[in-house]
Design a protein around this ligand. Structure first.
Ligand code: FPP
Length: 260
């Protein structure tokens, strides 16, 4: 069983290794909308709307800073537990974003992919998502993945279930399951692993985001609320990332020689 039905886009290096300016993959937990609104005496919904504007700024900045893949966390499988009015507002955000920006994304060579479960989303929203993916499917200059109704554990379970079904139907054998094959069954299948995971807002958690994919990612936590996020914050995070030494579980050759 080669790859999943949602394994596109293909063609990217499967490893997480990338240098800035090449095909850097940055993932962001867009956190702090609620606190941003509260500090201003505004309803949380306005914090989320301001968050959409930050996303627009960040997509533009990312492309200028040499990022080729950007994955953002828009709605988690756990966010359904929020009050109904807030969930309704969060469900309206993709429409708000694509209505104003899809034509530009399409024109500027951005390929959009929405990660996560489609079950539970309204038919209208699924249509909006599918239109964004279809209209940008030919693009390959920049990849924008929006995790929406996404949970890392749910995504792993869905992938495991797909593989189990393939085995049960005789389309796959258990021994064919490798780390690489399994990665291809996730909703991120075909994308390189994130190099850098950023969480603004001062929280220091992964919150069920890209659990499998971030195995060797570097983490940068920033004390800025998402609606205030901009190019300068992304630049600072990338500069911090560039100071990190990535060993992928190995050792630095010089240190091995020095010890011997
Ligand atoms: C977490 O902040 C943020 C969210 C649950 C929503 C994030 C969504 C956006 C920023 C806009 C996304 C746009 C698209 C196109 C999907 P929080 O509300 O938990 O903040 P808090 O921790 O301060 O309460």
């Amino acid at each position: 069983m080669a790859g999943g039905k949602r394994g596109e886009p293909k063609g990217a290096a499967p490893s997480g290794e990338a240098g800035a300016g090449q095909s850097l993959h940055v993932a962001i937990v867009m956190d702090g909308n609620g606190r941003w609104a509260k500090r201003r005496g505004l309803p949380r919904t306005l914090g989320h709307r301001a968050g959409v504007e930050s996303l627009k700024r960040t997509v533009s900045a990312a492309s200028e800073l040499g990022v080729r893949w950007l994955t953002v966390f828009g709605f988690s499988t756990e966010n359904w537990s929020r009050p109904a009015a807030e969930v309704a507002e969060l469900m309206a955000l993709p429409k708000r974003y694509f209505e104003t920006d899809l034509a530009r994304l399409e024109r500027e060579g951005v390929r959009v992919r929405v990660l996560g479960r489609r079950e539970g989303l309204s038919a209208d929203l699924v249509q909006i998502i599918e239109e964004a993916e279809r209209r940008t499917a030919h693009n390959d200059r920049f990849f924008l993945q929006v995790a929406f109704n996404y949970g890392g554990q749910a995504d792993i379970v869905d992938a495991a279930r797909r593989f189990a079904e393939a085995v049960a139907e005789g389309r796959a054998r258990p021994e064919e399951l490798t780390e690489g094959a399994f990665a291809g069954l996730l909703s991120t299948g075909g994308a390189p692993a994130p190099d850098l995971v950023i969480r603004p807002s001062g929280e220091r958690r992964l919150s069920n985001f890209l659990l499998w994919e971030s195995a060797y990612a570097e983490f940068v936590f920033q004390d800025v609320l998402w609606p205030d996020y901009g190019a300068e914050h992304l630049k600072a995070a990338i500069e911090e990332f560039q100071t990190r030494e990535r060993r992928y579980g190995g050792a630095v050759a010089d240190d091995v020689l020095a010890a011997g």
